[in-house]
Design a protein around this ligand. Structure first.
Ligand code: GTP
Ligand code: SPV
Ligand code: MN
Length: 595
């Protein structure tokens, strides 16, 4: 039975969506386990989900091969003035985009149930949390939202009769005629997909895709694109950042928030197993941080999500044991391979490669095949509370105080292992100029170098130049309580194409240096690009990395950096007069230091 709505504006949103989309039924979600089980049973029965014998209450979905990742080319920031979306976002005027999308939405839920999902981003009642309502015709989305957010009656109760919510309308865009057999993964073709944001109205309209950030609208659409625009207006921060707690052997806690582009190591770093003696890492969040200045003037962060939508390939007991131990039960896997004994598998999984599997497209697969068994953007949806290293207080409403910000990306060359900013402004410059090779998290080419400022290029809901200014303003407000800023690159490669740094748990050595830096206990040498660990400052005890590799990843190649200047100038030029003069001054400073 559908839950009753006692909120007039919410009822109006539901009524209007139902009138436009024309579903057979409207169902308001209560968020119960029974509801999850019923919907999952329907999907198992129809064959769109496959049960996994080896993992209790866990299933595998295979998406349509055209619907496997976010679609940045079809993602829009629709502001009345194009300049407010800025040069890094796609833009269509709100009236025009709404007219186009209304045409698509008309009758789009025919033959389907329209689900109304009340959800909270952040612990219900947290001063940093926000409530959204997602309307969707996908039961897969409902089940994923159950894991990724806090869903149901308790959210409606928190909303009361006139509380504020962010309306999020989603349709897979695949109406069903009477008697028509449904697809295993219904969706619309790429040219009909639209992931649209109207920041002036705090409104999200998504059409045509059932996958990840395109469809789970609490995640990138609300918690980053809409929230970043709200955060600027309201004086807080919404960032594409993991949050972790590091505890020293002496028991001192450090909280680190790190922004890396999609599929560049956030989940892995958040669940790090320290290889440095006596240090411990615990997870608060793996993808998004919402941060507000607290009563003591420090910056406090919450994880607005309740689950992990993590990259599967490459995840193993070797690389990320904590993630592996999160995945034993109650998991939704998407686009992984299926083994003959009823388990999932992907490239990089522990143990022997199965002699036979069903690949992510549902076909027979054997080792040596020219194609991968799991899609490179195959993912798991897992409850955060199942992670063995989740902080016991990860849901505390006031959040955790951030000591350190880390930016980074995936760069085979040039960028050293770690680099500390000289100042807040220099740190903002490092974030603003972050670069990375593209990954399978977005539909498009993989391995192309691009600027991805603050790992927010696909997620900033307003003009990126104004976002740089917002960072500068936050620093001015935080003053000497501002977190220190670092830049890392775990992905340097040798001429032969091998990673020079072992990464994963060994990254704890770099985090330890950062903590010792803020305590004034570790040395650094000044270079043109920032402060690098001085000889002997990085704890390499017990690490088996050849000296020449260490030398290479801790070197600053002046000629290579000089060669980056034109690309940095071009990057900044796109923002015209809107670029904060303090960023321009930083670029000039870098050029001067490089000589
Ligand atoms: P999104 O969920 O898309 O935002 O990605 P993410 O930033 O959480 O990336 P994730 O931690 O899932 O890592 C993506 C890929 O990078 C996986 O294949 C990892 O195995 C690999 N990876 C993560 N950390 C490291 C590292 O320290 N070194 C190397 N070489 N690879 C890494
Ligand atoms: C990302 O691409 O950064 C993700 C996955 O975290 S998705 O939710 O699909 O955006
Ligand atoms: Mn992400």
């Amino acid at each position: 039975m559908s839950t009753r709505i006692k909120h007039e504006k919410l009822q109006a949103f539901v009524d209007e969506a139902a009138a436009m989309c024309g579903p057979d039924e409207v169902y308001v979600c209560d968020g119960s386990t029974g509801e999850y089980d019923r919907l999952m049973a329907l999907m198992l029965e129809s064959g769109s989900a496959t049960p996994l014998k080896k993992r209790p209450n866990s299933v595998l979905f295979r998406s349509d091969p055209s619907d496997v990742a976010r679609v940045e080319d079809r993602t829009y920031i629709s502001t009345p003035d194009r300049a407010d979306a800025g040069p890094t976002n796609n833009w269509v005027a709100p009236d025009e985009l709404k007219a186009t999308m209304k045409g698509l939405y008309r009758g789009c839920m025919k033959g389907r149930t329209m689900y109304v999902i009340p959800f909270s981003m952040g612990p219900i009642g947290s001063p940093i949390a926000k409530i959204g309502i997602e309307i969707t015709d996908s039961p897969y989305v409902v089940c994923n939202m159950h894991i990724m957010t806090r869903v149901g009656t308790r959210v409606l109760e928190a909303l009361g009769e006139d509380g504020e919510f962010i309306p999020c309308l989603h349709s897979i865009g695949a109406p069903l005629e009477p008697g028509q057999k449904d697809a295993a993964w219904p969706c619309a073709p790429i040219e009909k997909k639209y992931i649209s944001h109207f920041p002036d109205e705090n409104l999200i309209w998504s059409y045509g895709s059932g996958y990840g950030g395109n469809a789970l609208l609490g995640k990138k659409c609300l918690a980053l694109r809409i929230a970043s625009a709200m955060a600027r207006k309201e004086g807080w921060m919404a960032e594409h950042m993991l949050i972790l707690r590091l505890t020293s052997p002496g028991g001192k806690q450090y909280h680190i928030a790190a922004a890396f582009p999609s599929a560049c190591g956030k989940t892995n770093l958040a669940m790090l197993q320290c290889t440095v003696e006596g240090w411990k890492c615990e997870t608060v969040g793996d993808d998004i941080a919402w941060m507000k200045i607290g009563p003591d003037g420090r910056l406090y962060a919450i994880n607005p999500e309740a689950g992990f939508f993590g990259v599967a390939p490459g995840t193993s007991y070797d690389s990320n044991p904590m993630a592996m131990d999160t995945l034993h039960e109650n998991i939704i896997f998407t686009n992984c391979a299926l083994t003959d004994d009823g388990d999932i598998w992907w490239e990089g999984f522990d143990g022997p490669v199965p002699a036979h599997a069903i690949d992510w497209k549902g076909r027979d697969w054997t080792p040596g095949s020219t194609e991968v068994a799991a899609h490179p953007n195959a993912r798991f949806t897992a409850p955060a509370r199942q992670c063995p290293c989740i902080c016991t207080d990860w849901e505390k409403p006031e959040g955790v105080p951030i000591d350190i910000f880390v930016f980074g990306g995936r760069r085979a060359g040039v960028v050293p292992l770690v680099n500390e900013a000289f100042s807040w402004d220099h740190g903002v410059f490092l974030g603003a100029t972050a670069s990375s090779e593209t990954t399978a998290a977005n539909i498009g080419s993989v391995g192309d170098l691009r600027r991805d400022p603050f790992a927010m290029k696909p997620f900033c809901g307003y003009n990126m130049a104004d976002y740089f200014q917002h960072w500068l303003d936050m620093g001015d407000r935080l003053g000497d309580k501002a977190p220190r800023i670092f830049y890392v690159n775990w992905f340097r490669k040798s001429a032969a194409g091998k990673f020079l740094w072992p990464g994963f748990g060994e990254n704890s050595r770099v985090l330890k240096w950062m903590c010792e830096r803020i305590d004034g206990r570790a040395g650094a040498r000044k270079t043109a690009i920032g402060l690098l660990p001085e000889e002997g400052a990085l704890d390499l005890e017990g690490l088996d990395v050849p000296g020449e590799n260490m030398k290479e990843i801790l070197a600053v190649d002046t000629a290579a950096w000089k060669a980056e200047i034109p690309s940095l100038e071009k990057h900044f030029a796109q923002f015209g007069d809107r670029l904060p003069p303090r960023m321009k001054a930083q670029l000039e400073g870098l050029a001067k230091r490089l000589g």
